[in-house]
Write a protein that binds this ligand. Structure first.
Ligand code: NAG
Ligand code: NAG
Ligand code: NAG
Ligand code: NAG
Length: 168
């Protein structure tokens, strides 16, 4: 049954982008404390014309050099209509201690002009095909976010970035 629906409807996995970055602070202090304050907008699109998506679970966290920092966002479950786009604003503000190991990367990126922060989004979803809820998928969405170094509020250069999404 699922297989037949699959063949007929050929569901495609979601697409995701980081569409905006509002950086204000991203620094590493001399005692290896990462002090950060930035906002990201992540847009997740259901590209399917005939398939809706139930997001039973969706959470997001930021990592620097593969080290999670800041809180983990958990969003309430929601349903995404066919061909819809949902934008999640994510605010990261706080400090993380003991990040000695990121120092080299931090210094290099500071010279180069961009800090590369990884955004990891974990999902659990089901498809809605006609009136049927089918499948259980947990695609992971990985975004490489570029935080501009000089940005202190005004006139931020920003590049929209595409995220990698696992297949269904
Ligand atoms: C390191 O410095 C930051 C900012 O100056 C301060 O908030 C933090 O408490 C210090 N951490 C330690 C472990 O000393
Ligand atoms: C974070 O940055 C925003 C925008 O610049 C500012 O309004 C806010 O007060 C900052 N928060 C903290 C805790 O520094
Ligand atoms: C979102 O889905 C609804 C219902 O299917 C549709 O009417 C609407 O046009 C969609 N919006 C966007 C932005 O795709
Ligand atoms: C932003 O930072 C740059 C470099 O540190 C500085 O020259 C500039 O005056 C700052 N701009 C604002 C609006 O604070």
């Amino acid at each position: 049954m699922v297989f037949i629906l699959w063949i007929i409807y050929r569901p495609k996995t979601v697409r995701a982008h980081v569409t905006a970055v509002f950086p204000s602070v991203f620094t590493l202090t001399s005692n290896s404390t990462l002090v950060y304050n930035f906002t990201l907008h992540v847009s997740i699109q259901n590209p399917n014309r005939k398939v809706g998506l139930y997001y039973d679970d969706i959470s997001a966290e930021a990592q620097y050099d593969s080290i999670p920092f800041g809180l983990v966002y958990k969003f309430p479950p929601f349903f995404q209509h066919k061909r819809n786009i949902t934008v999640f604003p994510l605010v990261f503000v706080g400090r993380a201690f003991g990040l000695r190991s990121v120092q080299k990367k931090f210094e290099r990126e500071k010279r180069e002009g961009w800090f590369y922060v990884e955004l990891k989004i974990c999902t659990k979803m089901r498809l809605k095909i006609e009136f049927v809820k089918v499948g259980r998928y947990s695609p992971e969405i990985d975004c490489a976010v570029k935080l501009p170094v000089m940005a202190n509020g005004s006139d931020v250069k920003f590049e929209r970035s595409e995220c990698d999404v696992d297949k269904f």
